[in-house]
Design a protein around this ligand. Structure first.
Ligand code: GDP
Length: 424
């Protein structure tokens, strides 16, 4: 059985917590896209961790953690993360890295940083992890696959070609010193030695695992609204964040993904620029940011304060639809316990007309939120284990959202810890 765990919103929905929780029963957890740009915060018996590249199954000694071919593989970052969790008492995780994954190079980070600086006030708000330059190179066919690390002749030729192109931009556009092929070769040799014990034909491995009926999780990063096609282009990420891409980024048949668990946040938060219709500002936003997540809504990778907003039914219903959601998880519901009344965005007003369907970016820029105010429950719901034990106003909030999402909410998360979950 393959279950994808993906986000309906702008990311930071709490997928890490849900993956960590479901990984206790999983044989395999796979990252299929993105890189070390996003962070999953996980709190379990070992402590609190911010994982960026390592799958959130890393805490279960029986789970094999896989970096799929769709990932932007930052080799030193991966090993830094493994070392960090092991140093805090977590057993050495079982890791496999796809022989077709491509390698994120230091020059990708350099280009990301230089381009953000060049764009200055008009930048994308990139985490400067090299993700956009990495995927650009992948599709321009000047990337480096893991299997190529083991063929020096291929590698040398590729590196020389890369240096010609990159140096033209580095010298003329960014006024930086050029890349030196021999130095890149040295770096790649170091990477080869680090990753060699873990390299695997992942697609074949998963083919066998599927035949054996293994329990497999695909762990998504970011959310629907950051997808390069279905998100708020161009303020999106550079790899697909949708469950459909799980098939490609892991190397499995699309029909094997039978469960798409979409994580939906009980209010909105976003990092980076772009349209955010239900955004709130000032003291109202500061308070929600302070109380949000686990110890405040600040990026797990950059520490940047997240932009805050009310729950957006239009964006979240769309987010669930484009994921192909079979079940939803509503997270961070406990955070809203301080509010007398909770506004939710139920429509967008665009050029004087109210719409329920999430539009493409050019129209989205003009949208104004249509808000409906629901009663708050004014108490702390952490510690509650049964749905019936939630206050009535809280259940009404969940059920209102469920109706708007048009998919069943099967789990409600009422705290950051692994066991703070209510099944419905
Ligand atoms: P991800 O990228 O989707 O994994 O999300 P992040 O880990 O970046 O952000 C989610 C934040 O919310 C983290 O700080 C989690 O510890 C926290 N969190 C997850 N679920 C809940 C919840 O139900 N309640 C509260 N209060 N915090 C939660």
């Amino acid at each position: 059985m393959v279950r994808a765990i993906v986000g309906a919103n702008w990311g930071d929905e709490g997928k890490g917590k849900i993956t960590d929780m479901l990984a206790q029963e999983a044989d395999i957890v796979i990252r299929f896209q993105g890189g070390s740009n996003a962070g999953h915060t996980i709190i379990n018996d070992y402590g609190k961790f911010a994982l960026h590249l390592l799958p959130s199954g890393a805490f279960n000694p029986n789970t094999t953690c896989i970096i799929g071919n769709g990932v932007a593989l930052n080799i030193p970052k991966l090993f830094e993360e493994i070392n960090e969790i092991v140093s805090k008492g977590v057993p050495q995780p079982k890791i496999l890295v796809s022989d077709r994954a491509q390698i994120l190079m230091p020059y990708h980070v350099l280009f990301d940083t230089c381009e953000e600086a060049r764009l200055a006030g008009k930048s994308f708000g990139s985490t400067k992890s090299g993700i956009a330059p990495f995927y650009s190179d992948k599709y321009a066919k000047i990337g480096i696959q893991v299997n190529e690390l083991f063929d020096d002749e291929v590698l040398k030729e590729r590196v020389e070609k890369i240096c010609v192109l990159k140096n033209c931009m580095l010298e003329n556009l960014y006024h930086q010193p050029p890349l030196v092929p021999e130095e890149l070769m040295d770096t790649l040799h170091q990477y080869r030695d680090m990753v060699a014990p873990y390299v695997c034909d992942v697609s074949l491995y998963l083919h066998e695992a599927l035949k054996e009926g293994k329990n497999i999780l695909l762990e998504g990063q970011l959310g629907s609204l950051k997808d390069p096609d279905f998100g708020i282009y161009p303020m999106v990420t550079s790899s697909h964040t949708l469950a459909a891409y799980g098939a490609l980024g892991a190397g499995i048949p699309p029909y094997e993904i039978t469960n798409i668990t979409t994580v939906v946040k009980a209010y909105s938060s976003a990092v980076g620029g772009g349209a955010f219709v239900s955004e709130i500002f000032g003291e109202e936003a500061d308070e929600l940011r302070r109380r949000g997540g686990d110890g405040g809504e600040f990026g797990a990778t950059t520490g940047r304060p997240r932009r805050m907003g009310w729950f957006d039914c239009v964006a979240s219903r769309y987010g669930c639809r484009v994921q192909g959601t079979t079940e939803a998880v509503l997270t961070v519901l406990d955070v809203l316990g301080y509010l007398d009344e909770i506004p939710v965005c139920v429509g967008y007003e665009i050029d004087g007309k109210v719409v329920r369907d999430f539009p493409a970016t050019s129209l989205l820029e003009k949208a104004k939120p249509v808000l409906k105010v629901l009663p708050g429950w004014k108490c702390d719901i952490r510690g509650i284990k049964k749905y019936e034990d939630l206050p009535e106003a809280c259940r009404n909030y969940v059920e209102f959202i469920e109706k708007e999402l048009e998919v069943p909410i099967k789990m409600v998360s009422n705290g950051p810890r692994r066991d703070e979950i209510i099944y419905r």
